[in-house]
Design a protein around this ligand. Structure first.
Ligand code: 8ID
Ligand code: ZN
Ligand code: ZN
Length: 348
């Protein structure tokens, strides 16, 4: 296999600055890394946050974003074990961690103080060839459709882990807030596959039809509802046992704590800039609700989330465009116009 020395990528020099589609050198894998020929990459709302720089965590600059990359292994660093040339590999948000601290010891690598993040602190998948830590890169089964699987590498893993964090039993209700988006549309399907009853919340009729086609029993349109809390509680016979917050809305997150059923769990996933979650202490105590954060997933969550996909239980609703059109995808995402996920083809 010949690896070129130059490739196409989307790069920005400053947060919020121009997104340049241009030629850059192909990176060389470090001793612990594999080099992946990225064929497709999903575009996550996190990539938009990274470009804007609206989180209290600085990005590397200049930066190649992207952390839902799927492709083939084309080179191996000298210390790499467990991979061979030609294997299918995935680039995910957590690129690497110290593997020694108390969090890493307990498989909570994403909580490591030295976590290295693809498309944030490490150049990511919006390029034709990208390096990834051999320990953290996702193993993708042979024969998998690389465009279809790409959104699983962040969105799928994240919502699967968030649903586990909600600690629900089969037959219980879960509300997915932001159900029509990239994470939400997968959350609806994982929740169904795990045996839960799903209520989706998002904006507009088209997203409602989409969310119901994925298996949600009920849909609340936040642009129409006059009282979201009351409507959600009525549709779920007293409030959902769990809520997964994948919207980028501070208000929606606080509402989720209010509409929860007593003893329920609200899981925080979406990361609107500068947001706070608000809850009445009295209600939280008397209803005994839990509010938990959930941050991507570990290697076992990754393998399990891919396995649900491989067994045909999860379908990604994708629209494929060329990498050169990334700026347009960010525009649509900002306007909340994306249904499901956009995936970029790195060859165009
Ligand atoms: O590990 C994590 N915690 C993690 C991993 C991956 C992504 C967190 N995220 C974060 C992203 O950074 C982003 O803040 O999750 C959030 C959602 O990412 P996404 O699914 O990639 O975004 P999207 O496709 O734009 O979907 C967002 C949906 O929320 C809806 C929108 O209409 C859209 O469909 N929404 C909004 I904005 N306001 C809403 C509201 N008030 C709402 N839905 C219901 N109620
Ligand atoms: Zn992501
Ligand atoms: Zn660590």
């Amino acid at each position: 296999m010949t690896v070129p020395t130059k490739q196409k990528a989307v790069v920005f020099e400053t947060n919020g600055g121009p997104l340049e589609y241009k030629e850059i050198p192909v990176p060389k894998p470090a001793p612990n890394e594999i080099l992946i020929h990225v064929r497709y990459s999903g575009v996550c709302h996190t990539d938009l946050h990274a470009w804007k720089g609206d989180w209290p965590l600085p990005t590397k600059l200049p930066l190649v974003g992207g952390h839902e990359g799927a492709g083939e292994v084309v080179a191996l660093g000298e210390n790499v074990k467990g991979w061979k040339i030609g294997d299918l590999a995935g680039i995910k948000w957590l690129n690497g961690s110290c593997m020694a601290c108390e969090f890493c010891q307990n498989t909570n690598e994403s909580n490591c103080a030295e976590a290295d993040l693809s498309g944030y602190t490490h150049d990511g998948s919006f390029q034709e060839y990208a390096t990834a830590d051999a320990v953290q890169a996702a193993h993708i089964p042979k024969g998998t459709d690389l465009a279809q699987v790409s959104p699983i590498l962040c969105a799928g893993i994240t919502v699967y882990k968030a649903l586990k964090t909600a600690n629900l039993k089969a037959g219980q209700w879960v509300a997915i807030s932001g159900a029509g988006g990239g994470l939400g549309s997968l959350a609806v399907q994982y929740a169904k596959a795990m045996g839960y009853r799903v209520l989706g919340i998002d904006g507009g009729k088209e997203k409602g039809e989409f969310v119901k086609s994925l298996g949600a029993e009920s849909y609340i349109d936040f642009t129409v509802s006059k009282d979201i809390v009351k409507d959600v509680q009525a549709a779920t016979e007293g409030g959902p046992h769990g809520a997964i917050n994948v919207s980028v809305s501070e208000k929606a997150i606080s509402q989720s704590v209010q509409f929860l059923r007593p003893t329920g769990t609200s899981v925080l996933v979406g990361l609107p800039a500068h947001a706070k979650v608000e809850s009445s202490v009295f209600d939280a105590v008397v209803k005994s609700v839990s509010i938990k954060g959930s941050y991507v997933g570990n290697r076992a969550d990754t393998a399990e989330a891919i396995d649900f996909f491989s067994r045909g239980l999860i379908k990604c609703n994708i629209k494929i465009v060329g990498l050169s059109e990334l700026a347009k995808v960010y525009e649509l995402m900002e306007q909340g116009k994306i249904i499901g996920r956009y995936v970029v083809d790195t060859s165009k």
